[in-house]
Ligand binder design. Structure first.
Ligand code: PMP
Length: 386
């Protein structure tokens, strides 16, 4: 029976990870995988997470099932952090990927012929999950490779073509892979277009707190939430709580339709029954305890400012070496990723000649760079002629 299975396309980021592992060079640099690293190159368990886990181990009295959409206290705490006081339906999910998956399943359930609009480029799993679920996709232009910023006029023009009932995926902040985010007036304009077109926004929020801070990073989403009647938000706690492997995610739905909560519960039941609880409970405990919450926020702020410092240092080093401001966009980008304007040959030379691992499309994880490696990378970028 399984003889009919076709070989799956290799995941290029996972392939890059194993090539990095197999590279014997001691001074190799991994800018591929999307994981935050501190100045020592570690991906630490955050202090507040450790405290909450200690308390949880001490005090938890059962591991019996939670509800189908997870512990309501988790949805309450994280939902309010993300959406403020707007009332929402919710489903806890395994990671942000689970939330994206359930969001697309809900769209398909409500409107089987909906088209999903994705930014060009976007996180490849958006495209892959939609294809797996049989959802038709179209792309909207997003990134201006000449300026390193959002190509807003093209984005707006493309989204004007969305049909009523289409869904439009937006990155809440720290666009993956480009690092280029919408400014608030642009969020307003997009909100107006989607409202007029009666298209459903789906906001993928995987990096809240990684761009400019918790409040600023949710500001675009809040503009959208006030402007449109219905909205989905796929939240991940992988990066901002460092809970990657514990798989903590939440799908939030703003809608007056009475059947939304029941549909989310049914979709969880059909997909994996109960969502994982351990990490979700850790997040809820942190958010509901003023001391742990303040400590989490302080550590998150340090992570964010560390990434910004690296961005500025790299932009400065490249300005010095290239004698131009061509790489100035790196300092203005948000989050872990930026897209290098490089050919695949230049990316291969970075890897082969310099031991620097960047994804094939030029996506570079700035958080993978230690301070001492900034001049090494800048030298290499100039040496390969990017
Ligand atoms: N969306 C985007 C844009 C991402 O970059 C990620 C993390 N790579 C996710 C969603 C989901 O991550 P996770 O499932 O690990 O929470």
């Amino acid at each position: 029976m399984f003889g009919s299975l076709k070989p799956q396309p290799e995941d290029k980021i996972l392939a890059l990870m194993s090539a990095f592992r197999d590279d014997p060079r001691g001074d190799k640099i991994d800018l591929g995988v999307g994981v935050y690293r501190d100045a020592q190159g570690r991906t630490p368990v955050m202090r507040a997470v450790k405290s909450a886990e200690r308390q949880l181990v001490e005090n938890q009295t059962t591991k019996s099932y939670t509800g189908l959409t997870g512990d309501p206290a988790f949805a309450d705490a994280l939902g309010h952090l993300v959406l403020g006081n707007a009332p929402f339906s919710h489903a806890a999910t395994p990671g942000g990927t689970g939330a994206v998956h359930q969001a697309l399943q809900l769209v398909r359930m409500a409107k089987p012929d909906a088209t999903l609009w994705l930014s060009e480029p976007t996180w490849p799993n958006h495209t892959a999950i939609a294809a797996h679920l049989g959802i038709r996709t179209r792309t909207y232009r997003y990134y201006d490779t000449d300026t390193g910023g959002v190509w807003f006029s093209a984005m707006a023009e493309d989204l004007e073509r969305a049909a009523p009932g289409d869904a439009v995926m937006l990155h809440g902040c720290c666009h993956n892979p480009t690092g280029a985010d919408l400014a608030l007036p642009q969020w307003r304009e997009i909100a107006e277009i989607l409202d007029q077109r009666r298209a459903l926004p789906i906001v993928d929020l995987a990096y809240l707190g990684f761009a400019e801070g918790l409040d600023a990073d949710a500001a675009g989403l809040h503009i959208l939430a006030e402007a449109v009647p219905e909205l989905l938000v796929a939240v991940s706690c992988s990066k901002n709580f460092g809970l990657y492997r514990d798989r903590v995610g939440l799908l939030l739905a703003l809608s007056d339709a009475p059947a939304v909560q029941g549909s989310l519960a049914a979709l969880n039941r059909l997909t994996y029954s109960f969502p994982p609880d351990h990490g979700a409970r850790v997040v809820q405990m942190i958010l509901d305890d003023p001391e742990m919450r303040a400590d989490w926020q302080a550590e998150l702020d340090d992570m964010r400012t560390g990434m910004q410092t690296t961005r500025h240092a790299l932009a400065d080093a490249l300005r010095e070496r290239s004698g131009s401001d061509r790489f100035g966009f790196l300092a203005g980008h948000h989050g872990m990723f930026s897209l290098l304007p490089a050919t695949s040959e230049q990316i291969a030379r970075l890897r082969e000649d310099h031991g620097i691992y960047v994804v094939g499309d030029g996506r570079m994880n700035v958080a993978g760079l230690r301070p001492a490696e900034v001049p090494v990378l800048a030298d290499a970028i100039v040496a390969v002629g990017i």
